[in-house]
Design a protein around this ligand. Structure first.
Ligand code: GDP
Ligand code: MG
Length: 599
């Protein structure tokens, strides 16, 4: 294949600016996908992506484009997620590309993740093509959007395509810009020793581990003996191919191409995204630069509802880790929940998505404990321990002081919401840093804030205050001392470790009262009275009581009302599945989730 006719690129943008819709139009206009097979956000292939309308996984596809110069080009397009929790997917995609299309919604302008993704693209030395989208909407403001792109990013916008990804308006200009502006893979030499970057992977029942790769140099074909350079293991290639977006087998992949390979690999541990594949008989001297490992920001314990499913759960985690190497986990036990894993995530959305994927893709019923950041606990004996699980907090007498992670938060917002957003930041114990103008409409608010307050419902509040217009990004700046305490919940006098949380003392009373109230609503009546208490050490902060039930509701029904009775039984059975026996009390799964949503 003529390397000069290859273009590898990603589409990047803030969430909802139209990346996936643009990818749809490109697939359609290049006839990669037949009209009748077309569906919206085609590359969002996971159920959970389609339901939530967001992209979670990167997805790559090969397509052919006949350009106005008469030549046919091979494009490899990688669609990426926009949400901050999945930026690891973005950075991995970018390492496989020479260019990026930056989509900016003309009704919104530049937002926090627009900037964050541009920085990732610049880190990878990519050519960035700005594209202004949603031109079909009356509120599209081209001048302002261009001005924002030039002011905040410094990209030239005079010939930026003005498109509607929805109607297809001017999308051809994007295809032509890809041909004209994105460099072809310069150092792609088919004869050099093989070096291929693994940028994604997943597990297939029949093929074993399937790896998405970008071949930098050399060629790979069926039957080749390959070596994974970091893992140091060797395998024989059983299949290679590309995605169109259907899985298509080919004979080989050459330098400059993006595709997939399988090698009957069943040992998942061997595969690390970021590793370099070389040829075992003619190995490369140096691996490619890999990826920076991401450090999880949020931890929680996850447990199978049914303790017999521990082994299944463990295997599911291993498989999910293949397609999401930003997930970390290690075994832990809980008095209340039994054997499970402490898992680390890049953010709350990431945590929700992983839990949901585990439940759906592996048919597991799971319980997650309240999320926590990593605290540094300085003890009176002058030692320090790191804690990511409130249940591990030492006796208060032994604690000298506690430090928690702080982040620098940048909120981009239309200026009319600045006042209310400053109040929100204040409530969240933010320390004001700065206020900058983007242009005459929009501002950037800068605060230092405890990370724990961000993971605790900050995003939802920000969105509701700003009617969806504000966006934010954050970056870890270090640890600072805070006045923190461990709050426990006692059910019928027994502490439930899964409910324990570390909170700022200032919020302890309020959260304790709200949580006991919430639990009272969620935990069904038992045949005895159940007190629910929130406590710091021996000090009770709040108390609610669930009264004992008098008699089974069933008996209230009229004898003839069989079908209703049946339904009620079904419902109770369904409910049972999602109940966890804690001490002598049955607790529904919603109660564990309520802890996260509390305010
Ligand atoms: P992504 O999060 O960047 O992948 O964004 P999507 O492609 O999922 O689009 C987000 C929403 O914007 C969807 O409801 C799309 O239908 C809509 N959308 C995308 N492009 C356009 C456009 O050009 N015009 C209009 N009116 N809506 C668009
Ligand atoms: Mg998308």
């Amino acid at each position: 294949m003529d390397k000069k006719r290859i273009r590898n690129f990603s589409i990047i943008a803030h969430i909802d600016h139209g990346k996936s819709t643009l990818a749809d139009r490109i697939l359609e206009m290049t006839k990669t996908v037949e009209k009748r097979e077309m569906q919206e956000q085609l590359l969002d292939s996971m159920d959970i992506e389609r339901e939530r309308g967001i992209t979670i996984k990167l997805n790559s596809v090969q397509l052919e484009y006949k350009a106005k110069d008469g030549e046919t080009y091979t494009f490899h397009l990688i669609d990426t997620p926009g949400h901050v929790d999945f930026s690891y997917e973005v950075s991995r995609s970018l390492a496989a590309c020479e260019g990026a299309i930056l989509v900016v919604d003309a009704t919104q302008g530049v937002e926090a993740q627009t900037l964050a993704n541009v920085y990732l693209a610049l880190d990878n030395d990519l050519e960035i093509i700005p594209v202004i989208n949603k031109m079909d909407l009356p509120s599209a403001d081209v001048d302002r959007t261009k001005e924002e792109i030039e002011n905040t990013i410094g990209l030239e916008t005079s010939d930026a395509p003005l498109i509607s990804a929805k109607t297809g308006l001017n999308v051809e200009d994007v295809l032509e810009a890809i041909v004209a502006k994105i460099p072809y893979p310069q150092d792609a030499d088919d004869e050099a020793p093989l070096r291929a970057l693994i940028f994604d992977s997943y597990y297939d029942k029949y093929l074993g581990v399937v790896m998405s790769i970008r071949i930098k140099q050399g060629t790979i074909k069926v039957g080749d003996k390959i070596r994974l350079m970091a893992a140091g293991v060797e395998h024989e290639v059983t299949e290679v191919g590309v995605k169109t977006p259907k899985i298509l087998k080919t004979e080989k992949l050459e330098a400059g191409e993006v595709g997939w390979i399988a090698a009957s690999i069943k040992t998942i541990k061997d595969i690390n995204v970021g590793d370099t594949i070389t040829n075992a008989l003619n190995p490369a001297k140096e691996p490619l630069p890999g990826y920076k490992k991401m450090k999880p920001m949020v931890y929680c314990g996850i447990y199978p509802m049914d303790t017999n499913k521990y082994q299944d759960f463990k295997e599911a985690l291993e498989k999910i880790e293949l397609s999401d190497s930003s997930l970390v986990y290690e075994p832990e036990t809980s008095q209340a929940l039994g054997f499970g894993f402490r898992c680390g995530f890049l953010g709350l959305l990431h945590m929700e998505v992983i839990q949901e994927r585990l439940e759906r893709e592996y048919n597991l019923a799971l319980i997650a404990t309240a999320p926590s950041v990593i605290y540094k606990v300085y003890l009176t004996d002058k030692t320090m321990i790191e804690i990511d699980n409130p249940a591990m907090m030492p006796d208060p007498q032994k604690v000298d002081h506690i430090e928690e992670p702080f982040v620098n938060v940048k909120i981009m917002t239309p200026k009319e919401y600045v006042g209310d957003l400053m109040n929100l930041c204040q409530q969240k114990l933010g320390v004001y840093k700065d206020l900058e103008y983007v242009d005459d409409q929009r501002m950037i608010l800068i605060y230092d804030m405890p990370l724990a307050e961000i993971i605790f419902d900050f995003f939802n509040k920000l969105k509701s205050i700003s009617k969806g217009y504000a966006s934010f990004e954050y970056e870890l700046i270090g640890y600072r001392e805070s006045n923190l305490v461990k709050m426990d919940i006692l059910l019928n006098g027994d502490m439930v470790d899964a409910f324990s949380m570390i909170v700022n003392k200032q919020f302890a009373y309020h959260r304790g009262a709200a949580l006991t109230k919430k639990l009272k609503e969620l935990i069904p009546r038992q045949n005895f009275e159940v007190p629910i208490q929130a406590a710091i050490g021996n000090k009770i902060l709040a108390r609610e009581t669930i009264k004992a039930y008098r008699k089974d509701v069933i008996w209230k029904l009229h004898a003839a009302d069989i079908s209703r009775k049946k339904k009620l039984f079904e419902k109770q059975k369904e409910g049972k599945k999602r109940m966890k026996e804690i001490g002598s009390v049955e607790v529904p799964q919603e109660a564990f989730i309520a802890v996260l949503k509390l305010d």
